[in-house]
Ligand binder design. Structure first.
Ligand code: ARG
Length: 261
């Protein structure tokens, strides 16, 4: 029924578009208005410089946003981005509400049980942020007996729970964690290094510092529903083109100021 309706509307689009387009059913996705299927993307828009909302701009901004738009362009598909809670991304993939999730998501075995991942697109890891005047937290071991804020559903939450004697506060977003730190509701925040660095250097945060120790080595990947191997192949092929064309390096430079690997 759904398919039938879709065919009908496609046929209608053909008739309507006939005056403008040379034909329907030709090259798939040559243009979004010719009926190319929209790529539904989920992201937790709270993770500058990967995904964030700049109040002066309508579109979501960031490295992931530029990357998925470039990938969508290679695929000939219009990209539509939905802002979802980070812990809601995998359920949204499983429920078929989105086609892919790009959200600084670390590729790991636990998640691989539930979703497929693209090739890795960014190397990351976790660091600690404390208030400037904090002298007793220098390493992850020093978090023992301390209150630590992390974003719910993240690798930071997992790692901090593994450390003994830490009081973990799981909050909805990294900005919530930073606010909690500034308000002295916690002693430290554990979060992804590039996001912590951006918070300190680019967003003009004062009174806080990021510590140099990196707890983990992680790689980000685009997540795809477990049963959609075809889409995984398509995403990987498009990602390769984005890298080969130099577009990936351009996006990397725009957000991190140096060439990507
Ligand atoms: N890399 C971490 C993870 O995969 C954190 C990602 C958080 N992403 C976000 N958009 N808030 O668990």
């Amino acid at each position: 029924m759904f398919k039938f309706k879709k065919m009908l509307s496609l046929a209608a689009a053909c008739v309507l578009g006939a005056a403008l387009l040379t034909g329907c059913g030709g090259q798939e996705g040559a243009s979004s208005s010719s009926g190319a299927k929209t790529l539904k993307v989920g992201s937790s828009i709270d993770f500058a410089p990967f995904e964030f909302q700049d109040e002066t701009q309508k579109e979501y901004q960031g490295f992931d946003m530029d990357l998925i738009r470039a990938i969508g362009k290679e695929m000939g598909r219009e990209v539509e981005i939905q802002n979802l809670g980070f812990d809601g991304l995998i359920p949204a993939l499983q429920g078929g509400n989105i086609d892919v999730a790009i959200s600084g998501m670390t590729i790991n075995e636990d998640r691989k049980a539930n979703v497929l991942f693209s090739e890795p697109y960014y190397e990351s890891g976790l660091t600690i942020i404390v208030r400037d005047n904090n002298a007793d937290i220098k390493t992850f071991q020093d978090l023992k007996g301390k209150k630590v804020a992390v974003q719910i559903g993240t690798t930071s939450a997992n790692e901090v729970h593994k450390l003994e004697g830490v009081e973990v506060k799981e909050l909805n977003t990294p900005p919530d964690c930073f606010m909690e730190l500034k308000a002295s509701g916690v002693d430290a925040v554990v979060n992804d290094k590039p996001v912590n660095d951006y918070y300190i250097t680019k967003s003009g945060a004062t009174g806080v510092k990021a510590l140099p120790e990196k707890l983990t080595a992680e790689e980000y990947g685009i997540a795809i529903a477990k049963d959609n191997k075809a889409l995984q192949d398509e995403i990987n092929a498009a990602f390769k083109k984005v890298k080969d064309s130099g577009e990936y390096d351009k996006i990397y430079k725009k957000w991190f100021g140096e060439a990507g690997k």
